[in-house]
Design a protein around this ligand. Structure first.
Ligand SMILES: Cc1ncc(C[n+]2csc(CCOP(=O)(O)OP(=O)(O)O)c2C)c(N)n1
Ligand SMILES: [Mg+2]
Length: 1034
């Protein structure tokens, strides 16, 4: 009953003649519908016939009756009147009699004549049966559609045919067909029998098989349902919980004769298939021993993508961003993106010298006229690592950014297409994480079209061993995306579903999946022997006629083209390839820069160099600091009630501003607010970032009295400021970090930050860090300025939340620990930044945090920035900075030298301690307690990488009598020690030892016991300040 009630609440009254269009226009008020259904739903619970699938029929009847009582059979009219009049369960149904409408007396009369109307019972039951049958095809027709071009596998991994539908294949064998029909009839699901096949049945409003007809004979109903659902297209959509969307799909696939193509369209399709097929053949002829992960067996992918793009262009899209794996990548580059063929061919020439580093799985960006729509279109293929599906969120993020920058708030101009392999789509969790971003306000790209190259194999693994779901596409069901399975050997069916997919996206702005069920003609790559592992499948594949040949024969037989025309098309394209091949021989240098997926026009010089090699001061005037501080401590809108606790926080902020100081949160505010003034868009994303995990940020204020009323003071700073986006993300690191990386790709003039809830959680996004962020520029010649904020620090909270694993980031830095760079080089610090693969910092003061955020944008190039951010320091009374440290002329300090008494008399200093981050405050406290301020100097390394050799050398030289020690709170095999020690030794030409004061090596990042934590801390402080402790080792 619950099912009935919820479904009924979603159903809206319709009349049979209403089309989808009128349906969507004529929605009655929801409140009215709900009211009526509630009074109906309770008493019908106990009606014996209201079970399972029949309830759907009853719902429809009820809706029709609500609309117009005359539109249903009288028996239903009586039934619904009785129910609404409160008839007890079991008594509402009465066999019908002619009676005067609305009369309770007539109902009573009818009741007494039940026995006299046996045929009406049968009529109702038969209609119920037909309704259920129609619904069965809609729900399960795809299970019996002929999807596999090889005819040997079942796309849903299940060879059985559902007991409640008849498939076309059954009909191939008359005996089987009769038996199936018998099963369905005699004692079967619906109680129909063969004699019913010629009876005419009224069609419900939830089918379009009738076309203009509102009733059809059962035989024709079944035939049309088979045509719609059991041929080469399997439509999976009935899980979608929106009636309008279901109706839209039903109309697209059920309407008789809807799948029509003009001869012109057929010829275009053939020409595209020629290109796709002959391209692979050309590569095979020229480079038979190269791995190219060819598309053979799914050549239809090229016309499929082109159809999606044509249709989308027709609907207003002018920028398509694509992501794809290995299979058919070259073909897509050549025939969809239209990369010059010679540029592709010279990739195979191993003798070519590379102009730039990098060059694997490159991306591409191309603007051209779409020949079908005559509209400008830009196509971009995002570079991808070999990690399957990792590019999905990156593509989404880039798409979101492009939409954002061109004001495309509904995704009407910019869209994304993602390609997948069947094994990867089912197996990789990032697919699920990406789907979950698809409908979130700050992450939606308003619908992605997913295309699965479902060759029914993953390398050597059979689908039955590779997934537990029926289809590789089931993951898409979580977001109610319709899934169109299609037999790839039927190119017209493929084109049709692609058209529908593109229309779906432009109508509903939601994700949609096209599942190209195909095969892989060769091994995983052209060097692999598939017969080792899939002998029978490959015997069948060897017999399989290529789709181009099949389709050409079809079109010749239909007279759409003739044989010479077809051959002419082939030789035309072969000639194009040959000529490009000849030109590719003239290419002397391989320009990886030609393969950029996101050019940043204007940011670099024409030959791709930074416009300067300096960085201006990152300081700000007092006025600006004060203004931002005042907004940060106020509520800039009227009649807005904030929480009392927050009022206190804002008040404290206000006091800090008066005292010309900042804490961490205010420093961040100042950095963001000032960049917004300079036209830099800022996007901060991650779990709970709006408030901040540690409740320090509060960038979004919530009205305590009005639901969902919020205010973002950061957007009220300046009249023409850039927008500030701060968004709590889904609970995903891999997906969200990938997304933000993609967002940061689109423009150099944005500060895009991703914050981990605790730094250690970044490891579930490791793939994005290892494959994109760390080596991105080296692999793809493309810079990215993403910022990672990773809360880090040993606070006695146990092993789980203490370490953001600095050792891992530092180990992946590309600078050489054993080579001292030329410290006299002009702009040494900037050159170092330019050469590095990423920047790693751990700031000990809010002021320095402010500077490093601003420097990220004021630098003339972009590098990823990893910041280990504090937890307890957010509220530490000493972790404050004065405005003086942030005024014009001030900079980010890569090293903060000792500036206390030790620095006044450096020759008296016995030990120079180097450290980074929060441990500095423990060290200064201990030094003071031990009264050693003159004997021990403490120098903070704020920028760990690139290593500040120049500044540290000065520090060491300043204290000639001091022994050197590195102090960290992290365990010895973790933290910074392994990175810092060899570099410090190189700095001083190995003239002195560099000692270690810190915890012993350990497997876990921290102890789970608070007392042990404190004991360990005291031990490391004892070592740091015991001036004799290293004597025995020298
Ligand atoms: C994350 C990841 N794991 C493993 C691999 C190794 N690998 C490369 S291709 C492949 C099979 C992919 O099968 P499928 O997704 O069906 O694509 P197809 O090659 O069939 O087009 C595997 C396992 C990889 N590239 N990425
Ligand atoms: Mg596959």
């Amino acid at each position: 009953m619950f099912h009935l009630r919820t479904c009924a609440a979603k159903l809206r009254p319709l009349t049979a003649s209403q089309t989808v269009k009128t349906f969507s226009q004529n929605r009655p008020a929801a409140a009215r519908t709900f009211q009526q259904i509630r009074c109906y739903s309770a008493p019908v619970a106990a009606e014996p016939f209201l079970s399972g699938t029949s309830s759907n029929y009853v719902e429809e009847m009820y809706c029709a009756w609500l609309e117009n009582p005359k539109s249903v059979h009288k028996s239903w009219d009586i039934f619904f009147r009785n129910t609404n009049a409160g008839a007890p369960p079991g008594t509402a149904y009465q066999s019908p009699l002619p009676l005067s409408r609305g009369s309770l007396a007539a109902v009573a009369h009818a009741q007494s004549l039940v026995e006299a109307q046996p045929n009406v019972d049968k009529l109702v039951e038969d209609h119920l049966a037909v309704q259920s049958l129609i619904r069965a095809y809609q729900i399960r027709g795809h299970h019996v559609a002929q999807l596999d071009p090889l005819g040997i596998l079942d796309a849903d991994l299940d060879s059985s045919v559902p007991a409640d539908i008849i498939s076309s294949t059954d009909k191939l064998d008359l005996a089987v067909f009769k038996e199936r029909l018998r099963m369905l009839t005699v004692g079967g699901f619906y109680g129909l029998d063969e004699s019913d096949l010629d009876k005419v049945f009224h069609l419900p409003t939830t089918t379009f098989i009738g076309g203009q007809e509102s009733a059809l004979p059962l035989r024709e109903i079944i035939r049309r349902l088979e045509m719609a659902y059991c041929q080469h297209i399997g439509v999976e959509f009935m899980f979608i919980n929106d009636l309008e969307q279901c109706q839209w799909i039903r109309q697209k696939f059920e309407t008789p004769g809807i799948m029509q193509f003009t001869n012109e369209e057929k010829r275009t399709l053939l020409a595209r298939l020629v290109r796709s097929t002959r391209f692979e053949e050309f590569l095979q002829r020229k480079w038979s021993s190269e791995k190219r992960f060819g598309l053979e067996g799914c050549e239809v992918l090229i016309p499929a993508l082109k159809t999606i793009i044509d249709k989308s262009s027709e609907n207003g899209v002018d920028y398509v961003i694509m992501g794809m794996p290995h299979r058919g990548r070259l073909n897509v580059l050549a025939n969809v993106i239209r990369k010059e063929l010679e540029q592709i061919f010279c990739q195979f020439d191993s003798k070519l010298e590379a102009a730039d580093e990098g060059g694997d799985h490159l991306g591409m960006y191309h603007r051209r006229i779409n020949r079908v729509t005559d509209r400008n279109i830009t196509l971009s293929l995002v570079a991808n690592p070999s990690h399957l599906e990792a590019a999905d969120p990156v593509v989404m993020g880039k798409t979101k950014a492009e939409q954002f920058y061109c004001g495309d708030t509904e995704g009407k101009k910019v869209m994304s297409i993602l390609l997948h392999g069947d094994a990867a789509f089912a197996g990789q969790g990032i697919v699920y994480e990406t789907f979950h971003l698809s409908d979130l306000p700050s992450y939606t790209t308003h619908g992605t079209v997913h295309v699965v190259v479902n060759n029914q194999i993953g390398f050597t693994t059979d689908p039955r061993m590779a997934r537990s779901s029926p289809y590789p596409t089931d993951v898409a069901r979580v977001v109610n995306a319709p899934i169109f399975h299609v037999n790839s050997d039927d190119p017209e069916a493929v084109m049709y579903v692609c058209k529908v997919a593109a229309e779906w996206r432009s109508t509903f702005h939601k994700d949609v999946v096209v599942d190209l069920v195909c095969y892989r003609r060769n091994g995983h790559n052209e060097m692999d022997e598939p017969m080792f592992t899939q002998p029978l499948m490959y015997k069948q594949i060897r017999k399989q006629k290529p789709v181009l040949q099949k389709y050409a024969e079809l079109l010749v037989s239909q007279g759409v083209v003739n044989q010479p025309e077809y051959e002419e098309e082939i030789s035309k394209y072969d000639k194009i390839c040959e000529e490009a091949f000849a030109r590719s021989k003239d290419e002397k240098i391989l320009h990886i820069k030609h393969w950029l997926d996101s050019p940043w026009p204007g940011f670099f010089t024409l030959d791709g160099q930074p416009r300067s090699m300096s960085c201006p001061s990152t300081g700000l005037t007092e006025d600006i600091l004060t203004h931002i501080g005042n907004v940060a401590s106020s509520v800039p809108v009227e009649n807005f009630t904030i929480h009392g606790g927050l009022s206190r926080i804002l008040k404290t902020r206000g006091e800090m501003v008066k005292n010309r100081t900042v804490d961490w949160a205010l420093a961040e505010y100042m950095a963001f607010g000032s960049l917004l003034k300079e036209g830099i868009h800022i996007r901060l994303s991650g779990q709970d970032v709006e408030r901040g995990t540690f409740s320090h940020r509060h960038h979004v204020l919530h009205d305590q009295n009005v639901d969902k009323r919020t205010c973002i003071p950061m957007n009220h700073l300046w009249p023409n400021q850039a927008p500030y986006t701060v968004c709590n993300s889904s609970l995903s690191e891999y997906g969200v970090l990938g997304f933000e990386l993609g967002f940061a790709m689109a423009s150099p003039n944005a500060l895009v930050l991703w914050e981990a809830q605790f730094g250690d959680f970044h490891n579930t996004a490791q793939c994005i860090i290892d494959q994109f962020i760390c080596p991105g520029q080296a692999k793809w010649v493309r810079q990215n300025g993403i910022v990672l904020l990773l809360p880090h620090g040993m606070e006695g909270m146990g092993p789980e939340h203490s370490s953001a694993r600095p050792e891992r980031f530092l180990q992946m830095c590309n600078d050489d620990p054993d080579v001292l760079p030329d410290l006299k080089e002009a702009n040494f610090d900037i050159n170092q930044l330019y050469d590095c693969n990423w920047v790693v910092v751990n700031c000990s003061t809010p002021g320095n945090f402010f500077h490093v955020l601003r420097r990220q944008i004021l630098l003339p190039f972009r590098k990823p920035l990893i910041i280990f951010t504090p937890k307890s320091l957010l509220r530490h009374p000493e972790a404050r900075s004065s405005f003086d440290e942030m005024l014009p002329g001030t900079h980010f300090q890569r090293v903060i030298p000792e500036d206390g008494p030790a620095a006044q008399n450096p020759e008296n200093v016995k030990r120079l301690l180097f450290c980074t981050g929060k441990v500095y405050y423990d060290l200064t406290r201990e030094r003071k307690a031990r009264d050693m301020v003159g004997q021990v100097a403490i120098t903070r390394i704020e920028q760990l990488s690139p290593f500040p050799f120049d500044l540290l050398l000065k520090e060491v030289q300043k204290y000639p009598n001091a022994e050197l020690a590195w102090c960290q709170e992290e365990h010895k095999n973790q933290g910074y020690y392994d990175y810092v020690k060899p570099r410090l030794r190189t700095t001083i030409s190995r003239a002195k030892p560099v000692w270690y004061a810190g915890r012993d090596p350990a497997a876990a990042p921290a102890t789970g016991n608070k007392k042990t934590h404190l004991t360990e801390l005291q031990r490391l402080l004892d070592t740091a300040f015991d001036l004799d402790v290293f004597k025995n080792f020298s």
